[in-house]
Structures are given as structure tokens and as C-alpha cells.
Design a protein around this ligand. Structure first.
Ligand code: 5AD
Ligand code: FES
Length: 341
């Protein structure tokens, strides 16, 4: 497996110092990406898992400084998709061949525990895996969602640097976010987390901590994306995150965590027209095509320039399938659980 007699290769244990050294050194990036690709192939094979993403509400009570959905953004046209319609769109996604549905929204209390459970049960009747990405909730809510049939949960830590976390989320509590991640793990969800790369004041040292954190918390999935400044947020004048650095964080996560699921994120494609394919060739094995109908897509503007806002779900499916096949990879027919589970 080891291609070159390179210093980085002989280290089994990735210490923080070694990760920092790799993140700072741009002379061996191609080698790093191909090593991650090789480790991906050995551990999770050539299959790419497609997860159908439904962005069902852009209403959010939070004020994350980077996010276009933050409640202080008055420029955005807010929407909520009703439970029956969410189930209907899920059904369409299943008919298109999706084996996993991902339900994502802002933190919107309209979807109470009972309402969510109703949606979860409706979708689980379709014989698909279900991932939730609806933010911080109580242990009891997470338990009810699990009992109703939810399989996975995505909740990015965003950054493990507590000071930066406070700057980015002045009214949120880092410890509660950790509590959520631990509760989800305890309850038996497949746990997804991840971080942003390129936030103002973020250091490579803290990115190294993020990678080690993903491993320590036992993440089954890790999503990493570059920060993209949104014009209607307090971070509008800050620099866009670096695509290559985000790719390196992702590749290192693959090298260290080996068999987890790693999406080629939409934010990567927003910065580079071939971003998802490059990510799939640098450690990623999952893509999350949007299956939300066109009328809502542009309104779910977490960051500007989001891809596929003018497409319908079937167009996205065909487009990404063709791209994946063009690099010799296979569309998975399974639900794509983390294999150690
Ligand atoms: N740029 C890139 N990613 C963002 N997210 C939120 N705002 C932005 C932005 N401006 C990411 C967060 C969140 C995920 C759903 O979208 O990491 O967890
Ligand atoms: Fe909605 Fe951050 S702005 S969770």
C-alpha cells in the first residue's frame, strides 16, 4: 500500500504536530490526495453512496455568523415544506433510486418532536435509510427520533476551537453541542460531524484538533467544506476558505479514520466546478445530490453560489451519476452504512 518512502508514511500515529506539519506543507499535496484515494479504495471500495437531500425548511432560530439562514437575515424568503409533502418528495427520491434520504433544515421549532416522528415514520415505510440534520435537540427528542426509525444524524461541530466557536456562535454553547454528539452516539445513531475550513481567525492548529476530534468522538461520517462568505451575514467581507486546504483536511480525515463515510461536499463544488469529483478522488465516497424541488432550492441559501439551484431532482441525479461513472466509480445499490456498525 505504501507508495513512497516518505516521512509521513512511516508514522502510524498521527499526532497533532504531524497533522499540522502536513497541513502547512504544500509540496506533497498530490501525494497526500493519492494516499487518501488509495486508503478509500482499500477500506470502502469503489462504490459511491448517493444520499438524497431534502432541505425542508430554511427557518432558523440561530444566528451562526457565517450562515445565510441565520434568523437575523431579513433578506431571505423563508419557507417550510409540510410533513405530507416531505414524505411525498422522499417517495419520489426513492423511485429515482436513492437508498438514503437526508432531511435537513434550519433549527425550526415548528417541527416539534411529534411532527418529526410522524415524518420519520412516513419515510421509514419506504424502506430507506434516514439521516436527520436538524440541529441541537434534547436527549428525549433524539431518542424519540431514533425510536421512530431514524438511522443517522449529522451535526457538524463546525470548529473545536472554543474561542472561535464563541465568536461564530455568540449565543450558543459549545458544551451543549458536544452533549448532543455524545447523546446521538449513545442512542446508536450513525454519527456525522464535520467542520468548516477557512473561518476568520481559524488556525491550522485548530484544524488539526478538529481532525483528532472526529476520531475521538467516533464519527461514522465526516463532512468538511470550505467557508464561503454570505453577503447578508456579518462575515460578508471575509476571505473565502481555501479549496485545497479543505481537501487536505478531508484527505487526512480519510487517512486517519480509514473506513468512515466521507461526502464530497456541495461547498467544494461551489468553489471548483469539478470539486466533488476531485474530492471523490481524494478520499470521499459519498455524494448528497439535492432532491428538493426547484421552487425551494435558491431559498436554501446557506452560502452564495450554491450549485444546482436551477435543476430539478432528476437532472441532479443524472448529472452526478454520469460524473461518477466517468471516473470509473460505481453507484452503490446499498444503504451504505458505516461498515463497522
Ligand atoms: N459557507 C460554507 N458552509 C456553510 N455552512 C453554513 N454556512 C456556511 C457558509 N457560509 C455549513 C455549516 C453547516 C452546514 C449545513 O452548512 O457547516 O453545518
Ligand atoms: Fe441556523 Fe446556524 S444559523 S443553525
Amino acid at each position: 500500500m505504501i507508495k513512497q518512502n516518505n516521512n509521513y508514511l512511516i508514522m502510524k500515529n498521527f499526532t497533532k504536530e504531524k497533522i499540522i506539519a502536513i497541513l502547512k506543507d504544500n509540496t506533497q499535496n498530490e501525494w497526500l490526495f493519492s494516499l487518501a484515494d488509495e486508503i478509500r479504495k482499500e477500506n470502502v471500495g469503489d462504490e459511491v453512496h448517493l444520499r438524497g437531500l431534502i432541505e425542508f425548511s430554511n427557518i432558523c432560530k440561530r444566528t451562526c455568523k457565517y450562515c445565510g439562514l441565520r434568523c437575523e437575515n431579513k433578506e431571505i424568503d423563508r419557507y417550510r415544506i409540510q410533513p405530507d409533502d416531505i414524505i411525498k418528495y422522499s417517495q419520489k427520491a426513492v423511485e429515482m433510486g436513492y437508498k438514503t434520504i437526508v432531511l435537513q433544515s434550519g433549527e425550526d421549532e415548528y417541527y416539534s418532536c411529534d411532527v418529526m416522528c410522524e415524518i420519520i415514520k412516513g419515510i421509514k415505510n419506504l424502506d430507506v435509510a434516514l439521516t436527520l440534520s436538524i440541529g441541537e435537540r434534547s436527549f428525549d427528542d433524539y431518542k424519540a427520533f431514533k425510536d421512530a426509525g431514524a438511522d443517522r444524524y449529522l451535526l457538524r461541530i463546525e470548529t473545536t476551537d472554543k474561542d472561535l466557536y464563541k465568536q461564530m456562535h455568540p449565543y450558543m454553547d459549545f458544551d451543549n453541542r458536544i452533549r448532543c454528539l455524545k447523546d446521538l452516539k449513545t442512542l446508536g445513531y450513525e454519527l456525522g460531524t464535520g467542520c468548516l475550513v477557512g473561518l476568520p481567525n481559524q488556525t491550522v492548529e485548530s484544524l488539526a484538533d478538529d481532525i483528532l476530534f472526529f476520531n475521538k468522538i467516533g464519527a461514522d461520517m465526516v463532512g468538511i467544506g470550505p467557508f464561503i462568505p454570505h453577503p447578508n451575514t456579518p462575515l460578508k467581507d471575509f476571505k473565502t476558505g481555501d479549496f485545497t486546504l479543505a481537501l487536505k483536511v478531508m484527505a487526512l480525515t480519510r487517512i486517519i479514520m480509514k473506513d468512515i463515510n466521507i461526502p464530497a461536499t456541495t461547498a467544494m463544488e461551489t468553489l471548483n466546478p469539478n470539486g466533488r469529483i476531485i474530492a471523490l478522488q481524494s478520499g470521499a465516497n459519498v455524494v448528497m445530490p439535492n432532491v428538493t424541488t426547484r421552487e425551494y432550492r435558491a431559498k436554501y441559501e446557506i452560502y452564495p453560489g450554491k450549485i444546482c439551484v436551477n435543476e430539478e431532482p432528476s437532472q441532479c441525479r443524472h448529472c452526478i451519476e454520469a460524473k461518477i461513472k466517468s471516473i470509473g466509480r460505481i453507484i452503490s445499490k446499498t444503504k451504505g452504512f458505516h461498515k463497522t456498525c
